[in-house]
Design a protein. Structure first.
Length: 110
């Protein structure tokens, strides 16, 4: 139950941020929803994971400066409700984007 509330809250925040960006750029919400979802997913992946290439670079740099050898840490991804919400947002955005490209959702006319 707690995870579902977190997922709904994150979806709301992502939708709000996407709406603000779409309003600022004067484009429709559904036109940028997929791309915003990808950005949210990548940011969430970046902050949810540990180890990997960036950590190796930092460890190597620290070892070169201090002379102390660091232990290697493989990339470990911690999948949680934040990442799940970002993926759900991306999938919903992809569906809307496909419908927009297929012409099922008509282009905006003013």
């Amino acid at each position: 139950m707690k995870k579902a509330i977190i997922i709904l809250f994150v979806l709301f925040i992502e939708a709000l941020l996407t709406y603000l960006v779409s309003d600022k750029l004067s484009v429709r919400f559904i036109e940028i929803m997929f791309f915003a979802g990808i950005v949210f997913s990548l940011i969430t992946f970046w902050f949810s994971s540990s180890g990997g290439a960036v950590t190796r670079y930092i460890d190597t740099h620290t070892s070169a400066e201090t002379g102390l050898i660091q232990n290697y840490q493989p990339l470990k991804f911690n999948r949680g409700p934040f990442f799940n919400a970002s993926v759900i947002f991306t999938i919903i955005g992809l569906v809307f984007f496909i419908l927009l490209l297929a012409g099922i959702i008509p282009p905006e006319t003013k």
